[in-house]
Design a protein around this ligand. Sequence first.
Ligand code: 2AM
Ligand code: CA
Length: 294
Amino acid sequence: MNSVNPENRKEREPYVVTSKGYTAVAINAAAKAGEWIKSRQGQVKELGSKTSAQDLVTEVDKGVEQMIRRLILTHYPDHAILGEEGVEPGADNVAFALEEARKHDYLWIVDPIDGTTNFVHGFPFYCVSIALVASGELTVGVIYDPIRDEMFVAEKGKGAYMHGIPAAVSAEREPGSSLIAMGFPPDRVFAQPANMAGLQQILPQVRGIRAGGSAALHLAYVAIGRVDGYWEVGLSPWDCAAGVLLVQESGGRVTDTLGKPYDIGTRHVVASNGGIHDFLVTSLGEAKGTGFES
Ligand code: 2AM
Ligand code: CA
């Protein structure tokens, strides 16, 4: 009789590590990626541009994304991955790639370096961002800042943490006492005028504004209360997916610039402690700085 020993069959199949949870895999990948990125600061060899001289990419972005993809697929070979360097630039291409990616039950959204311009210039404000969307729901969000060695971790329904300490948004309710972050993606035709309009409206009403150049880190800073709110018009899914879960799990609120609930396709984002959210949304509307005007 031709009997098959199941143990032998197991040995012949590809070896798949299954013992680690999604969050542990994301943390491990972000930590490894972050260390590599930090070690390459100031040593970029292949500086390229995508849509314009402002839209930069380096061999480090590409190499780190490959590494993160391999690490995730080692554990979960049938999961899908949407990464910044795997998609052609342009809002239409991003939207198309996202619609394809959404069909998968398990979708990882990866930005190998959020803040590439900072990385290229040696301005120490950039991070690795990894999110998992399971059955359409943001489930894990991990952001790692290798410069400060800060690991921000959020799990749906379980809260957000920085180095194991629970994260919480600020309690500020007064715009005049608020520190706000925002940003300028490289698009100068559509995003820049909208973001400038919002800046013009909001800056005179708040304590200060910071535009650090990393959407993901700004969202992590909302989550941990270092800034009270953040907005930016013209983002891509990988810039904000992980950070959005961090803010939500820290007690904050995330919408689009019209105040509608966030979805992974949302490009014009407002995130806050909740207390100043309506102020930001209302101000952007008054300024015609929502990105939805045209
Ligand atoms: P990046 O560094 O990963 O490219 C600047 O405030 C923010 O805009 C950063 O998070 C930056 O992410 C993002 N960004 C840069 N190029 C972009 C593009 N072409 N489309 C959307 N967002 C972009
Ligand atoms: Ca990036």
